[in-house]
Design a protein around this ligand. Sequence first.
Ligand SMILES: NC(=O)C1=CN([C@@H]2O[C@H](COP(=O)(O)OP(=O)(O)OC[C@H]3O[C@@H](n4cnc5c(N)ncnc54)[C@H](O)[C@@H]3O)[C@@H](O)[C@H]2O)C=CC1
Ligand SMILES: O=C(O)[C@@H]1CCC=N1
Length: 268
Amino acid sequence: MQIGFIGAGNMSTAIIKGLIDSRFTSPEQVTLTKSTAERSKAQADQLGVAFSSNNTELVQQADIIILGVKPQKLPDVLNEIASEIKDSKKIVVSIAAGFNITKIQSFLGDEAKIVRVMPNMNIAIRRSVSGLSFSDNFSVEEKQLVSELFEQLGVTYELAEKDFVTFTAIAGCSPAFTAMYIDGLTRAAVKNGLPYELAQAITLEAVSGTLELMKDKTLSSWDLINQVSSPGGTTIEGVASLENDGFIPSLFHAVDATIKKDQEMSKE
Ligand SMILES: NC(=O)C1=CN([C@@H]2O[C@H](COP(=O)(O)OP(=O)(O)OC[C@H]3O[C@@H](n4cnc5c(N)ncnc54)[C@H](O)[C@@H]3O)[C@@H](O)[C@H]2O)C=CC1
Ligand SMILES: O=C(O)[C@@H]1CCC=N1
């Protein structure tokens, strides 16, 4: 099975490394392209894989094509490869936000086999949580193949396409939101006199320990909030302050804004 990556930036590079590290794929099974042949060669040499001099040639050689370009570049790429995809059995994986299956099929034809996958940046350490939505023309075996591929890179969830945008917000985008939370705590500690590096190291340990505890003991958020908040103590003062300042409504707004943008992009 040959896998072709159109666009080999942050995400595709992490996927390629993860697939090779997990031995799901050998380097000989991977071909990539970037925006120029020169860049493609340099990246392919660095990863020990092959490159194609253009996207059409890459599609001709691949069984699975992973589209890893930014959404703004996707229309050009889809137009470029459309004739190679039409009437083929090739599987097209799109990791782009804002391109639903209908929109991708409007370029590649209604019969094209499209799977939308939304990984997140944690794929760089094979800890992605990836959402998968398939067009309705996939066989069970084809679905299994794509699922297994992304299971090498973390956890997968198959989703109805209507839920994909919500998944994107809380999984694809959320590493950025989590980093903002960590930055906020870190700089609040700096304001109170701790050096930045020390404050960030402490915050990261506290956050990652909390995640492990919640998963290990299957605690809901409110179970944990109640356990930490001693009656008349310090934590409840902070919890009340966060509630008063609209911490939860801010997150609702952020998720809604993310979903709205994704839906707008799919309509463009
Ligand atoms: N960065 C993230 O956390 C996530 C990104 N995504 C999606 O992944 C996709 C890629 O994002 P990144 O890897 O962050 O972008 P990136 O900018 O790092 O990589 C894009 C790559 O596309 C290449 N490229 C541009 N035009 C091309 C063309 N015509 N033919 C072939 N290659 C071309 C560029 O050379 C570059 O290597 C986007 O669609 C994004 O929505 C999805 C989930 C998470
Ligand atoms: O910001 C974006 O559009 C992409 C999709 C999810 C994470 N990054």
